[in-house]
Design a protein around this ligand. Structure first.
Ligand code: HEC
Length: 119
């Protein structure tokens, strides 16, 4: 299991601790600066497919619960720019601002999940 630990520095130019290794990521639009409460409200628009708990309601939609914010933000930007193509997500992401993306991914990344490996 990889655990991402946010340090106070993570609000600066994208700094992460991954399993004790400090990685400095290219300063993007400050993707770690999302607002959890705002993200929870905005995530209501996604709940019909992804579930308000981040567990998908449709077989073709991925679970977002506990997914890391770096990955989620990248995918949302890819849908928005057209780099990743999907009819529904393209329409949805088109109207998301950078702040919306940061808030939403902060929310989904903050959902705690546990996993049990198969026997
Ligand atoms: C109408 C259903 C629907 C709604 C509403 C919806 N999504 Fe999606 N979402 C999907 C489907 C289906 C996919 C898989 C698309 C693909 O295959 O690329 C997806 C994929 C994603 C992914 C990529 C996940 C991954 O593992 O790569 C993210 C992130 C995401 N959605 C976030 C959101 C957010 C945030 C919202 C609300 C603002 C939202 N979605 C609203 C159906 C939906």
């Amino acid at each position: 299991m990889i655990r991402l630990l946010r340090t106070p520095l993570s609000r600066g130019p994208g700094r992460l601790l991954v399993g004790g290794l400090a990685l400095v990521l290219a300063p993007s639009a400050g993707w770690a600066a999302g607002d959890l409460e705002a993200g929870k409200v905005k995530a209501k628009a996604c709940a019909v497919c992804h579930g308000i708990d981040g567990i998908a309601k449709r077989p073709d939609a991925p679970n977002l619960a506990g997914q890391n914010d770096f990955y989620l933000a990248g995918q949302l930007r890819n849908y928005r720019s057209g780099k990743r193509i999907h009819a529904e997500m393209g329409i949805i992401a088109k109207d998301l601002s950078d702040q919306d993306i940061e808030d939403l991914v902060r929310y989904y990344a903050a959902i705690e999940i546990t996993v049990t490996l198969p026997e």
